[in-house]
Structures are given as C-alpha cells and as structure tokens.
Design a protein around this ligand. Sequence first.
Ligand code: 2GW
Ligand code: MN
Length: 296
Amino acid sequence: LRVSWHENKTQLSVSGSVRAQLKRRPLVQTFTSWKAPVIWEGMFDFNLFDQRHAEENSSVALTVFAVGRYLDAYLKTFLTSAEQHFMLGLPVTYYVFTDSPEKVPNITLASQRNIKVIQVQKHARWQDISMMRMRTISEIIESEIRHKFRYVFCFDVDQEFKGRFGSEALGDSVALLHAHYYKLPKAQFTYDRNPKSKAFMETGDFYYHAAIFGGLWQNVKHLVDACYLGIIEDKLNNVEALWHDESHLNKYFWIHKPSKLLSPEYCWDQSISDKRDILVTRLVWAPKHYDTLRSG
Ligand code: 2GW
Ligand code: MN
C-alpha cells in the first residue's frame, strides 16, 4: 500500500548525483539496514532538494495541536519560528487544532503560506489529548489535505525551530530518531512490552520520537489510521500503551519501514550534555513546566 512519489526519479537521483554528494560522515549511522537515508548535517546539498521540490511543485501541510494551556505556553513561538525556518520557499499551510480558536495569536505569514485554525474538543485526560491527534489528523487529511497538498508533517507544539528545516526532510514516509535513544542499545528502548496492547513489540529498529512524523499524505493517512485503530482496540481491552501514541507509532514503523529518517538534529533536547554528533540544531524542545502544565 506504500505510495511512492515518482519512484523512478527518486531512485535515479539517489543512486546518481545525490549519492555522490553524500560525504561520508564518521560516527553516525547514515543509512538504515533497508537503505533509508538518515539525514545528518553535512550529508546533503540542500540546494538539490530545494530545486527538485520547486520543480515538482511540492506543497506541505503541517499539523499542530495547541489544546488547553499548551496554546499560551507554546503556539506563538512554534509558529513564528516555523516562519523563519520551516520549508522556506514551498507552499505551506499550518493546520492548528485548538479548543480556543479565538486565542490563536496573529502571525505575519510570508507569501504562499497560510494558517487554518480548527476547533477540537479538549479531552479530559492528557493522554487522550495526545492520542486522539491520530484520529483528527486522519479526518483532516481525508476532508482537505489530500486535495491540496502532497506532503503532511505532524508536530508536537512544545518545540522551537532554530535552523533550516527544509525540503531535505520531505520523503515518502519520514520518522524521527529520538534524541535520548539514538545512541542507546536496543534493550533500553521504551517500546510497549505489554502483550495485551496493540503497540506491544519485543524488538525494533530504532526508537522513534512521535514529536515529528510525516510523508506523502497517503502514507501519513495509513499511519494515523493504523495507530488510531491500535489505540481504540487498546481502550476496548482496557489497556494503554506505555508511551501512548508514540508506542503505536513505533509499532507502525517497525512493520512499515520509513523511507527516510531524520537525525536528532531535527528535534534536539538541549539538556543532553553529549552534543558531539549535533552539528546544527534545527528544532529544539521547549522547556517543560510539568508542574503548571500537567496539573488540573
Ligand atoms: C500533554 C501532556 C500533559 C499535559 C498536557 C498535554 C497537552 C498536549 C495539552 O494539554 N495540550 C496539547 O495540545 N497537547 C498536545 O499534545 C501538544 O501538541 C503536545 O505537543 C502534544 C504531546 O504532548 P507533550 O508534548 O506534552 O508530550 P511529550 O513532549 O512528552 O511527547 C511525547 O510523548 C507523547 C505521548 O505521551 C506524544 O507521543 C508526543 O508526540 C511525544 O513527543
Ligand atoms: Mn512534546
């Protein structure tokens, strides 16, 4: 069912000119066992990606949720920094889901960039706020995104763009290496280990971070539908996966291998002291204030 955009063209450019540009970079893994590239700074000439996506009229929908206190805490920084760094030069629409549309800040947008605010309910449990994103994303892809955009990228809101996050990140099916796990042995990955959950897995390839995932809308639709189904089946069986939607996402990418991986440069936690692999921070975790944000 995996959809591939211009399969031949992609294959050609990867085995030809692009591959020639990929400088071998020591110390980090730049390809997976199934030959998907891991995007690290220094590996690519981003002009080639920009040229190709401009020629192909690529367009990108970004989804982000800002429900309850997360709106005031994070949304403005997220959007204003995205305007500085996210997919510059391509048509981008931000789909902002919130329970308080009237509180969404007014952001000045560059040309070819739009924002669409959509009201959603505020689930009582924060775990449901996070997990139910899968269903809402599926619905907006079906009703709208599929008619207007080739790619869709889904983001946590508690983060800030700091550097280029451009067309090199676009791919058929894109997953993000979790900053805290990319160097750890698999035994330490926090997959769901409860056989009663649909997210259960004994081993995997990587530990992916649910703060960013994306790809062609067809593939993202398939992903969010599969994750949502797992979440609902778990509810019927009275179980909840260890890391909620992230556990289901990891299960999905174990079965349906992503075609491109983003290095932790694309979602870095600045509190990590070993920064040797991180040549550029493109997006960073915003500080968490669990005491005020998770209470009540
Ligand atoms: C979430 C947790 C506790 C209290 C509030 C919320 C909350 C989340 C909220 O009140 N309002 C809201 O809009 N959210 C949205 O859900 C928001 O977009 C946020 O970025 C996203 C995920 O919640 P977050 O960022 O607090 O969770 P993290 O950073 O611990 O994220 C990882 O694990 C999550 C599952 O537990 C998700 O898989 C997430 O994608 C992961 O990055
Ligand atoms: Mn987050």
